[in-house]
Design a protein around this ligand. Structure first.
Ligand code: ADP
Length: 380
């Protein structure tokens, strides 16, 4: 018999709300996690993601709303009977028990027959590369091995849903990457529903099939990593996802009816008097000042969008980050190829890939109209 015998369960949250006195940790939250999906909840510290995970687990009682797991409403169901297993940041292993003892503990307290415990522990240990370590105690394991035991302990319970609460944050950078890959591989192999909480947007995008971005208790956007990155629903998501963060400048309608700010004069959608232009660092093309004109001689329609001074270069090997004394508040960052030859103090010409830039309205919501300078032809 394989490790997972059960069908994965979906999770549905309806109008979910959790208040602690004046603090609304989770507000009016609707979210559907599909059976077998790896969903990552991500947002800055204090945004409510751990509370949300605990609401699913039943460790926290909602102030309002409903939690459904596997098509069953579980608001009144004890955590232990919800068909979920949680993996905590702090492993919470029993130091006096062996790895085998830790793995089987949850099953023993449930009165699972001994031979079944042994079989499940052996299966989980094999799946996680712990078979050689079964007789060791947690104190004799590395951080990564302890993390795997914590994972294995959740696995042996064969849950319909795995819940992960920042399980990688105690690991060093290299182990973090490796364990992340292991969890992704485990998900592919088991096909179990997994809900994973992290404050790290890179971790979220690299691990999640979909990510749910939260801010101040509210769900901001749910989508594939690509959707969230390329079509952020608002300024918060645009700024939170992506590193270095998206460049932005405030624009307001001028007497000519254009959205103007710094060097930009953009076509203004009818309903926008103020907006924020957002441009990702990789959507800025940088060349030494004057370079565009000479390299495109004969094609004089090509022009840069603004000239700026290089403040600083971060040479990262595979790319350079070019910090610019740019428009707006002055700190723009461009991603450039290592082949670009510029240094601090040099003037550069910068072009915006307008088709990939974003306009956000005064309420922060992304406008469907792509930003476009008034002196450029429209799409098509
Ligand atoms: P995150 O996991 O995103 O860091 P949390 O879900 O832990 O955020 O917390 C969300 C908000 O709820 C925070 O403002 C936090 O201070 C508050 N909060 C969480 N748990 C409690 C609690 N037990 N009592 C009071 N306030 C809490």
């Amino acid at each position: 018999m394989g490790l997972v015998t059960r069908a994965p369960q979906g999770v549905e949250l309806r109008g979910l709300e959790k208040r602690y006195g004046e603090v609304a940790a989770v507000r009016a939250l609707d979210l559907e996690i599909r059976p077998g999906e790896l969903m990552v909840l991500v947002g800055p510290s204090g945004c409510g993601k751990s509370t949300l995970l605990r609401l699913i687990a039943g460790l926290v009682e909602p102030t309002a709303g409903e939690v459904w797991i596997g098509g069953r409403r579980v608001d009144d169901v004890e955590p232990g009977a919800r068909d979920v297993s949680m993996v905590f940041q702090s492993y919470a292993l029993y130091p006096h028990m062996t790895v085998a003892g830790n793995l089987g503990f949850g099953l023993r307290v449930r009165g699972t027959p001994r031979d079944e415990i042994e079989r499940r522990v052996a299966d989980a240990a094999a799946a996680l590369g712990l078979a050689e370590l079964l007789s060791r105690r947690p104190g004799e394991l590395s951080g990564g091995q302890r993390q795997r035991v914590a994972l294995g302990r959740a696995m042996v319970r064969d849950p319909g849903v795995f819940l992960f609460d920042e399980p990688l944050s105690n690991l060093d950078a290299e182990l973090r990457l490796r364990t992340r890959d292991e969890i992704a591989a485990l998900h592919r192999r088991l096909g179990t529903t997994m809900v994973f909480v992290t404050h790290d947007q890179v971790e979220a995008l690299s691990l999640g099939q979909r990510v749910a971005v939260m801010d101040r208790g509210r769900l901001q956007q749910v989508g594939t990593p690509d959707e969230v990155y390329r079509r952020p629903t608002n300024l918060f998501v645009a700024g939170f996802v992506g590193s270095p963060p998206i460049n932005r400048i405030l624009l307001s309608r001028d007497e000519g009816g254009r959205l103007a700010g710094g060097p930009f004069a953009l076509c203004a959608p009818a309903d926008l008097d103020r907006a924020t232009l957002g441009v990702r660092p990789e959507d800025l093309a940088v060349v030494p000042a004057g370079g565009l004109d000479s390299s495109t001689a004969g094609d004089s329609t090509e022009a840069s969008d603004f000239r700026a001074a290089v403040l600083r270069i971060e040479a990262l090997g595979s790319e350079q980050r070019v910090h610019l004394d740019g428009p707006g508040d002055g700190a723009w960052v461009a991603r450039a190829s290592p082949a670009l030859r510029v240094s601090a103090g040099d003037p550069v010409d910068v072009s915006v890939r307008w088709e990939r830039s974003h306009l956000f309205g005064p309420d922060g919501r992304r406008d469907e109209t792509a930003a476009r300078p008034v002196d450029r032809p429209g799409p098509r």
